[in-house]
Design a protein. Structure first.
Lengths: 439, 48
């Protein structure tokens, strides 16, 4: 892959060997070096092909974007997405929860309609020319405050026409309170629904338990199945978490498929290194191998015309995001913020409860400009470790929260996460190439 | 080309001209919530 152009080339052995040598050697020198193993004509042809790709800007491309990122990020802040913490409360007590069982290490609270309404006003007022505005109903468990969710969706819809906006509402739920009312409403109004299930019953029920310690698998699976069946093809994602206890998470993905779910995401646990659920160095080779097998499974499903998408593997090599999106970071703290039940603003949901990251509130806007500036400059060029990484235009510098929790700085590097990410992208690109070759 | 097959014929530099509209999805609003994948987002700019 040519990192800066995004070009992906399928090469034979000769080209693979020649590409790293091409810039420092003449054609004659390369003939001398390689002629004991390859015909001279092939060496010359390959040399010319590489030259042609360089001329077209598809190989050995220089980074010309560095100078643009500052100008791009210097544009006035326009908020386009909010994560509304509609409930800092939960009806499960998942043992690995980064949100401290829904309370974010603070107090239990439900967002009132008035606070939620102000949050939507804040979003519209600060969204500039953005037409598509995203609001995720998050928690804790947002269905514990579902009447407010409904009221806020109605309010958001009322703002669309007068302000020329298009709200995309999403809901992230553990499933416990899903009933026909939730299903009807979510399938009508939510552009995406994220359903939390960890896979195999024993895996899921190890962590995702209620306050009596009882597993939730048997309660939620039929509810999720009913919701997805009624969704009529609209987007959803089943999202699982894997931990030190199930680094063989492919088995959990297979269980999700067996249960009839096809749009899947499986994420490594966010946990302190001394937490028993945290992934270890010994888990790493197991996890990396799972990603490879997962790509093979997805390819097999594709060949057999069976539906199956894995969130991180949905790479579109021929389209995909523009270069600005790829270099400017995830947007946390700038175009994306989290709102607590009482209206405080944080850079994202993973920073909620960390007082020093509080940016301000929805009533008077961002006041902690020093902190927002930290996030402004959190882009693909913020970390020296990223500068030579081939995957940097796929992660845009990675997750600031992961970096902070691993290193104490939002500009740090969560190396373990990088290893997983690079493997995911390697598999995603290989999968995209394999699909391309078969069409 | 006999030795190199290019899979994608678009180059990222071309997206500089009309890119940056910001209408695409914020990466963490979709499914992950705990990592950052930007490369799998869909472009929503019809002018590109």
């Amino acid at each position: 892959m040519d990192v800066e152009s995004g070009s992906v080339h399928l090469v034979d052995d000769l080209a693979y060997e020649m590409i790293p040598l091409w810039q420092d050697n003449s054609k004659e020198e390369l003939v001398k070096k390689l002629q004991d193993r390859y015909p001279q004509e092939d060496i010359c042809d390959t040399y010319d092909e590489i030259g042609e790709l360089k001329k077209e800007g598809r190989l050995f491309t220089e980074d010309i974007y560095r100078n643009y990122v500052d100008a791009f990020k210097a544009r006035p802040v326009q908020v386009k997405a909010l994560c509304l913490h509609i409930a800092h409360d939960c009806n499960l007590a998942c043992r690995y929860c980064f949100a401290g069982e829904g309370e974010y290490h603070g107090r239990r609270a439900l967002m009132s309609y008035e606070v939620g309404r102000k949050a939507l006003d804040f979003l519209v007022q600060n969204s500039g020319n953005h037409r598509n505005l995203e609001v995720d109903f998050f928690g804790g468990e947002p269905t514990m405050n579902f009447e407010v969710v409904k009221q806020l969706v109605a309010y958001g819809r009322s703002l669309e026409k007068p302000h020329n906006k298009n709200f995309r509402f999403t809901l992230t739920t553990n499933g416990m309170l899903i009933d026909d009312d939730v299903i009807d409403f979510a399938n009508r109004e939510m552009s995406n629904v994220v359903l939390s299930l960890d896979g195999r019953r024993e895996v899921h029920d190890r962590f995702r338990v209620d306050y009596q310690g009882r597993g939730s698998f048997d309660t939620i699976v039929p509810k999720f199945q009913k919701l997805v069946a009624a969704r009529g093809g609209k987007n959803y994602y089943m999202r699982g978490t894997f931990t030190h206890n199930n680094p063989d998470f492919l088995e959990d993905i297979k269980e999700m498929l067996r249960l009839g779910f096809h749009e899947l995401s499986m994420e490594p646990v966010v946990a302190a290194p001394d937490d028993p659920s945290a992934l270890t160095e010994d888990d790493l080779p197991v996890v990396l191998a799972q990603y490879e097998k997962l790509a093979q499974l997805m390819l097999d499903c594709e060949r057999e015309k069976k539906p199956f998408t894995f969130y991180h593997y949905m790479i579109d090599l021929k389209g995909g995001p523009c270069i600005y999106k790829r270099i400017s970071g995830c947007g946390s703290g700038t175009e994306y913020m989290a709102v607590t039940p009482w209206g405080d603003l944080y850079p994202c949901h993973q920073f909620v409860g960390e007082e020093k990251f509080r940016l301000g509130d929805i009533f008077s806007g961002v006041s902690n400009h020093a902190m927002q500036d930290e996030f402004f400059t959190c882009n693909v060029y913020a970390r020296k470790e990223c500068r030579d990484c081939w995957a940097r235009l796929y992660c845009s510098g990675g997750c600031a929260a992961n970096a902070y929790h691993a290193t104490g700085s939002v500009r740090g590097v969560y190396e373990y996460g990088c290893k997983l990410f690079k493997k995911r992208m390697e598999c995603a690109i290989a999968l995209a190439v394999a699909k391309e070759l078969e069409t | 080309m006999k030795h190199i097959k290019t899979i994608n014929h678009t180059v990222l530099k071309d997206s500089m001209a009309a890119g940056g509209c910001g209408e695409c999805q914020t990466s963490c609003q979709s499914a992950c919530k705990t990592s950052c994948t930007v490369g799998n987002q869909h472009c929503e700019n019809k002018n590109r």
